[in-house]
Write a protein that binds this ligand. Structure first.
Ligand SMILES: C[S@@+](CC[C@H](N)C(=O)[O-])C[C@H]1O[C@@H](n2cnc3c(N)ncnc32)[C@H](O)[C@@H]1O
Length: 261
């Protein structure tokens, strides 16, 4: 179960890639702006500020996240982004830190690029940190009993679906888009005790928490703590540096033809 409060604990750090993404998403005016996998809606609210005359459409598959977004005044709806189809007036589609949960997201990007009207924009950001220690130690611990049988169906490989940036660039260029794709590794400086554990509790560990009873969950966290502390040691000043790679994809639909590409 997604917990909006736990997720928002690192709102500043998690928000930065979203704002970096938005700097490259072009149109000055938009009629309809869509946020797919909107989460608790704090970043969706910025879309409404950036395009004040646009209708904001927001979708998330988690009822807790939809409720949190609605409390912020976002007209969010529960739904699976895989079923979403653009309306004719859709000018901007944003998906921040959500598409890595959808293994077939590359197909979706191509479908949206063909269904959206020329001149509309797609902006996507996904974590590209599947191989990082924070994920590797969770997978290692989850393979041990008693967790292995309880966590059998956790989609641990889901983040592995995130491809090299060139893959997305080529797909969207082939679909006739003007494309801007890049990757960045942020070095987040976190404070507090075991901050990486707290960070992933709001994201990668969500499906683990769902499947473990309270006792097993406490034990899992206890065993995970020293593994994460070894991988991300606290500095003498109390901060912990947490490298986090992210992949950014911006596409202007039909833009390749207009720019003669
Ligand atoms: C890490 S949160 C990101 C939330 C928000 N976009 C942000 O950047 O703060 C990922 C969100 O994607 C949603 N999500 C995952 N798979 C989804 C799907 N298939 N359809 C709709 N939402 C999905 C989750 O419920 C969760 O709220």
């Amino acid at each position: 179960m997604w917990d909006p409060d736990v997720y928002l604990a690192f709102a500043d750090h998690r928000g930065r890639p979203f704002y970096d993404l938005l700097t490259r998403v072009g149109p000055e005016r938009a009629r309809r702006v869509v946020d797919l996998g909107c989460g608790p809606g704090n970043l969706t609210a910025y879309l409404a500020k950036r395009w004040p005359t646009a209708v904001i459409e927001a979708i998330d598959s988690s009822s807790e996240m939809v409720a949190a977004a609605r409390e912020r005044g976002i007209d969010a709806a529960a739904g699976d982004l895989r079923d979403w189809k653009p309306r004719p007036d859709t000018d901007v589609v944003i998906s921040n830190a959500a598409l890595h949960w959808v293994p077939e997201h590359a197909d979706l990007l191509v479908r949206w690029a063909t269904e959206l009207a020329p001149g509309s924009w797609i902006g996507v950001q996904m974590p590209g940190n599947f191989e990082s220690p924070s994920h590797a130690v969770v997978r290692t611990l989850a393979r041990r009993e008693p967790y292995a049988k309880l966590l059998r169906d956790v989609p641990f490989r889901v983040g592995a679906a995130v491809q090299a940036p060139t893959h997305y660039a080529n797909l969207l260029l082939d679909a006739g888009c003007r494309v801007d794709v890049w990757e960045t590794t942020y070095l987040h400086q976190l404070t507090g005790a075991h901050p990486v554990l707290e960070w992933i509790t709001g994201t990668a560990l969500v499906p683990v928490r769902e499947r473990l009873g309270d006792g097993d969950w406490e034990r899992f966290r206890r065993e995970l703590t020293p593994l994460l502390d070894d991988a991300y040691p606290a500095r003498a000043d109390g901060t912990t540096v947490f490298p986090f790679r992210r992949v950014f994809i911006v596409a202007e639909v039909g833009g390749a033809r207009r720019s003669g590409g």
